[in-house]
Write a protein that binds this ligand. Structure first.
Ligand SMILES: Nc1ncnc2c1ncn2[C@@H]1O[C@H](COP(=O)(O)OP(=O)(O)OP(=O)(O)O)[C@@H](O)[C@H]1O
Ligand SMILES: CC(C)=CCC/C(C)=C/CC/C(C)=C/CC/C(C)=C/COP(=O)(O)OP(=O)(O)O
Ligand SMILES: [Mn+2]
Length: 284
């Protein structure tokens, strides 16, 4: 993927009148995710994912299949968007069809890259890097990847019970064993001190990825920073809710209540006014 700044800055100027572009990505991602997560998930087959991938290639070749694909086709003509992250996301869905256990964090990291890190990568060309930013494009893409990973890790920690009921355990097997835990403990769904200690470590790591992402949000174009800050703060608050539930992510779904969601918006707005860190450093 060509990470040249000029193509981003040039296209960045289109951002102001094309804020809907990011939403079109999300629609495609949501439809892809629903293939394996949605109501018809039990009928999805590798062949169906192959058909979905061919439809993606047609969409990128300017032959969209339906209105929603056409919207993304339009975005692709306006922003320097690479097909690879989209293909990687479909690969991630293929993994979900056949893989229900993860040996270690390396394996889980790769899965999170495919299903969510890709969302970060595909979003940067649309969000645009601030023309005044001194950060390298690579560091901004790294932050976007980190936000995807942080979100997916949070999503996994939120849905341990829900995923277990579908026979899926994403948590690294070696780390569970080190903590004296087994798949059985997860299926039993009892919160023990061993579980609390294990979860504290998992939450700490997810927060590390959010911190890496924060360093990149300030480098985005001004118009993009508020929505990205809002989504970062809101998703990260799910971790606080898991703690508030005393780590019972077996039978209680951690979610951020409406009031807290609304409160996050002005906080996100304030953060969006922060200068790109590369400029702040020069100012001090
Ligand atoms: N107040 C609530 N009470 C019970 N369940 C809720 C509540 N709010 C949300 N949910 C459940 O959580 C799901 C997602 O809502 P949530 O507020 O977590 O948004 P979200 O973080 O965007 O979730 P997701 O990432 O799955 O889209 C809802 O579809 C619903 O099943
Ligand atoms: C930080 C910088 C520089 C740029 C921003 C880059 C962006 C926009 C990243 C967004 C990443 C993102 C939203 C990933 C999605 C990950 C995720 C956990 C989606 C949740 O899917 P659901 O379907 O709600 O979860 P379930 O599948 O569990 O239902
Ligand atoms: Mn889903």
């Amino acid at each position: 993927m060509e990470l040249t700044r000029s193509c981003l800055v040039v296209h960045g100027r289109d951002l102001a009148d094309d804020r809907g572009a990011a939403a079109r990505h999300m629609v495609w991602c949501r439809r892809t995710d629903e293939l394996v997560d949605g109501p018809n998930a039990s009928h999805i087959t590798p062949q169906a994912l192959d058909r979905w991938e061919r439809r993606l290639e047609d969409l990128f070749a300017g032959r969209p299949y339906d209105m929603l694909d056409a919207a993304l086709s339009d975005t692709i003509t306006k922003f320097p968007i690479d097909i690879q992250p989209f293909k990687d996301m479909i690969d991630g869905m293929r993994t979900d069809l056949k893989k229900a256990r993860y040996k270690n964090f390396d394996e889980l990291y790769m899965y999170c890259y495919y299903v969510a890190g890709t969302v970060g990568l595909m979003s940067v060309p649309v969000m645009g890097i601030a023309p005044e930013s001194k950060a390298t494009a690579e560091s901004v893409y790294g932050a976007a990847l980190a936000l995807g990973l942080a979100n997916q890790l949070t999503n996994i920690l939120r849905d341990v019970g829900e995923d277990a009921r579908r026979g899926r355990i994403y948590l690294p097997q070696d780390e569970l064993a080190e903590a004296g835990l087994s798949d059985e403990d997860i299926f039993k769904g009892v919160v023990t001190d061993k579980w609390r200690k294990f979860m504290k470590r998992q939450i700490k790591r997810a927060r590390m990825f959010f911190e890496e992402a924060e360093r990149g949000v300030t480098e985005l174009r001004k118009e993009s920073r508020w929505p990205v800050w809002a989504s970062l703060l809101l998703y990260r608050q799910i971790l606080d809710e898991i703690e508030a539930n005393d780590y019972n992510n077996f039978t209680k779904r951690a979610y951020v209540g409406k009031a807290k969601k609304v409160l996050a918006l002005p906080v996100a707005y304030g953060k969006s006014l922060l200068l790109p860190s590369s400029l702040r450093n020069n100012q001090t």
